[in-house]
Write a protein that binds this ligand. Sequence first.
Ligand SMILES: [Zn+2]
Length: 105
Amino acid sequence: MSAALKYDWSVYKKRRIQFVLGLVATFFLMFSLGEVKSVTSFPGPVIWIAWLVLVVFPLAFRFALTPCPRCGKALHFKKGFGYPFSPACLNCGLKINSENQPEIK
Ligand SMILES: [Zn+2]
C-alpha cells in the first residue's frame, strides 16, 4: 500500500515540460531558419527573436514562478533573482518532487 502524496507536483511538472519543449523548439527553429549559417539573413533572426520574446521568456518566467506546494511562494524565484535549475524551493527548501518532507515551522 502506497502512501498518499503529501505534495502535488503536477503543476510544476506540466510547466517544466512546457519550458523544456519551448527550449527544444528554439534550437529546432534556430537551425531550420538558417540562423547558424547567416546571422544577417532576413527574416530568420526576426522570427527567432520574436519566438524567444513571445514564447520562451514567458514560459521561463511561468516555470520559475510556479507556486511551491508547501509554502505557496515561487519555487525558483526569491527577492528578484531566479534560478530555474535549483533542486529545492528557494523560499522554504522543499526538495523538488519530494513527497513527505516535514512542514516548516
Ligand atoms: Zn517553498
